[in-house]
Design a protein around this ligand. Structure first.
Ligand SMILES: *Cc1c(COP(=O)(O)O)cnc(C)c1O
Length: 370
């Protein structure tokens, strides 16, 4: 493959000495779990999200699970969300003992369609999870107003959207809590697993920080069932080195996205659909995702030409075998299912070269002119 989806090596080389020095500091201190690096990152990321609290956890999936539990979601509750997301969103709901209720997406943004939420609310509904897919926030004002009217919790799954904004508001500001993932390929990636919950709700923050240490408070006394799910000091130290560069990296992604969009629209504007940044949104382009005809053929063609692409996601959650007991069938969420057939993500990362983008564009144009 000539052009990868993502290449993390250049970024590492640009900060290698600093990273190694920080790792050495942690290892020399022998403080590996919940030490000063985690505290610093929690404080920085909370401030960045314009909220009071950050709680570092083991990964982005646990962040959702723990946020739900800390917000009071329990067995028998229903949680409304989108089926067009990574498995972790639905998995976390089920792991919290609740039932995922999937509603259709807005075909323009690929995010949950707020106008489909109210008809899915029942007496059992406790929460809504909005997923900010590909780096663009779901319509939080609409979601928040429905949630307020029905007294529901809102968790923002912002695994793909750290740094995204809507009408000047950050991820985490409108929801009850937001969750981040520091999986290596995310916009702020560790060199292993990591995640964080951010919230303005002191009670939720306190509960989440207890749940991540086995529900232990005071130490060795357990009033709630928790887990072992912590961000470790080595990962936090790496993230502390990377965090100050995040906005610069997001801007690089935005520039690359704008270039793809300009060139692809010039040549294929009536064949494919480039990503739409809705008015008022600041999209951080975790993925640059097109809608295209003959998607699988295009993907194969590009692969042969040396261009990596990915399909996020080929099978929506409502039809995943593990959720078959929920009773959904194909056809239940038409926009979601259509997106799963048409979406394709192109190589995207802050260091992506212009000449590589030109090659990707050329090969896509070539495919559709044959
Ligand atoms: C990556 C991702 C997660 C899970 O994060 P992990 O850190 O891999 O557990 C959850 N939701 C979405 C939308 C993601 O992209």
């Amino acid at each position: 493959m000539k052009i990868q989806m993502l290449d993390l090596s250049e970024q590492y080389l640009s900060m290698k000495d600093e990273v190694i020095a920080k790792l050495d500091e942690v290892m020399s201190s022998s403080q590996f779990i919940l030490g000063s690096n985690v505290k610093q990152l929690e404080s920085d990321v909370a401030k960045y999200s314009n909220v009071a609290h950050g709680i570092g956890v083991g990964n982005g999936s646990d962040a959702i699970h723990i946020a739900l539990q800390a917000a009071g979601v329990e067995t028998g509750d229903e949680v409304i969300t989108t089926a067009f997301t990574f498995f972790a969103t639905g998995g976390a709901i089920a792991r919290a003992g609740a039932t995922p209720v999937y509603v259709d997406i807005d075909p323009v943004t690929f995010n949950i369609n707020p106008s489909k939420i109210e008809e899915a609310i029942t007496e059992k509904t406790k929460a809504i999870i909005s997923v900010h897919l590909y780096g663009q926030m779901a319509d939080m004002e609409a979601i928040k107003s429905i949630a307020d009217k029905h007294n529901l919790v809102v968790i923002e799954d912002a695994a793909q959207a750290i740094g995204a904004k809507q009408k000047g508001k950050s991820v985490g500001e409108l929801g009850t809590a937001a969750t981040y993932s520091f999986f290596p390929t995310k916009n702020l990636g560790a060199y292993g697993d990591g995640g964080m919950i951010v919230t303005d709700d002191s009670d939720l923050a306190e509960k989440a920080s207890v749940i991540r240490v086995h529900g232990s408070k005071p130490k060795y006394y357990h009033h709630v069932l928790g887990y072992n799910s912590r961000l470790d000091e080595l990962q936090a130290a790496i993230l502390n080195v990377k965090f100050p560069h995040l906005d610069k990296w997001s801007n690089s992604r935005r520039e690359r996205a704008a270039y793809y969009t300009e060139k692809l629209n010039e040549k294929l504007g009536d064949v494919i659909q480039t990503p739409v940044e809705k008015e008022g949104n600041h999209h951080v382009f975790h993925q640059y995702t097109l809608r295209v005809p003959d998607r699988d053929e295009l993907q194969n063609y590009l692969k042969v030409q040396g261009v990596a692409t990915m399909v996020y996601y080929p099978m929506p959650l409502h039809v995943q075998p593990v959720f078959k007991e929920l009773g959904y069938k194909e056809g239940d969420l038409p926009e979601t299912e259509k997106a799963a057939e048409e979406a394709i993500s192109l190589p995207m990362y802050p260091e992506l070269k212009r000449k590589d983008q030109d090659f990707v564009i050329e090969k896509i144009v070539e495919f559709y002119s044959n």
